[in-house]
Design a protein around this ligand. Sequence first.
Ligand code: ARG
Length: 282
Amino acid sequence: MKKIVGLTTLVVGLLAFTACGGGNTASSDSGSAPASEAGNQLEEIQEAGVIKVATSADFAPFEFHAMIDGKDTIVGADIDMMNAIGEELGVEVEFVDMEFNAILAALDQGQVDIAVSGISATEERKQSFDFTQNYFLPEQKVVVHIDNLEAYQEIADLEGKKVGAQKGSIQEMIVADQLPDSQIVSIPKVPNLVVELKQGSIDALVLESAVADSYVGQNDDVAIAEVLLETSEDEAYAIALPKGSVELEEALNNALQQLIDSGQIEEFVQENTDLANENASN
Ligand code: ARG
C-alpha cells in the first residue's frame, strides 16, 4: 500500500467478495425491453434469470478493474452491492462496462436493465429516469498535484487554471457553477484525469470523497486540496432505472435497505478502497 488513507482494513468478506467479484455470467439473449414498453420488468428479469447492469469501471472504490488471480476483473463497492442484490432477487448479475457518458443513453435505449455506477440521482436526471433510494452521500473534493497543495488552497487560487471533470458527470456542472473562473477540461475516464494531473496538463480535478481518497491512496504525487466545495443531497448515489419500473424499483429498494441497515455498503466501500490500494502497489 503506498499511502494510508485512514480506513480500517476489513478482511471479513474479502474471500466471498473475490469469488463473486467478476460478476460474469454466461451471455443471455433475453435483451431488455425499452422503457416505453417496460411492463413488469421485475418478472421479465426473473424469468430471464439475469439482470443487465450498466457500469463505468473507472471509479475506484465503486467500480474499477483489478487483477484478481491473474485475471482482469471488474470489482468495487457497487459491484459487491449489486451481486448481493442479485442474490436477493434470485438472478445472476451481468455487468456491461462502458464510458460513464454513455450509461444513461444505454439505459434509455433498453440495452441494460438498470445502471449502477456511483450515479448521482439529481433532479435533472429524475426527469428522465427513476431512481432507488440513495445509498451513499459523497462530498465534492478538489485533487491537486502534491507540489501545489500550498498554491491551491481556495477557489480564487484556481482562477484561470485548468480543472478536470469526468465527461457526463455532475462534476462538470460543479466546476461550471462553483469554479466559474477556472477552465474546465472534460475527459471520459477518471484514471486518465489522474494521469493528466500527474503530468501537469491540468492543474486540479474535481472528484467525490471516497473516489478522491482512493486515487490519492493509489498515487503518491496527488493529494486532496483544502479548497472547499459545496455538497448537496442531490449528489447522493442511487440505482437508475427506466421510468415506470415500479415492481423492480420496490424489489431493489428492499434489498438496498437491508444492505444499508446492516452497514454492508460502508464495509464494501472500505474493503474496495483497500483492494484498489493493494492492486495499485502490485
Ligand atoms: N456521481 C457522479 C455523477 O453521477 C460521478 C459518477 C461517475 N461514475 C463512474 N463510474 N465513473 O455524475
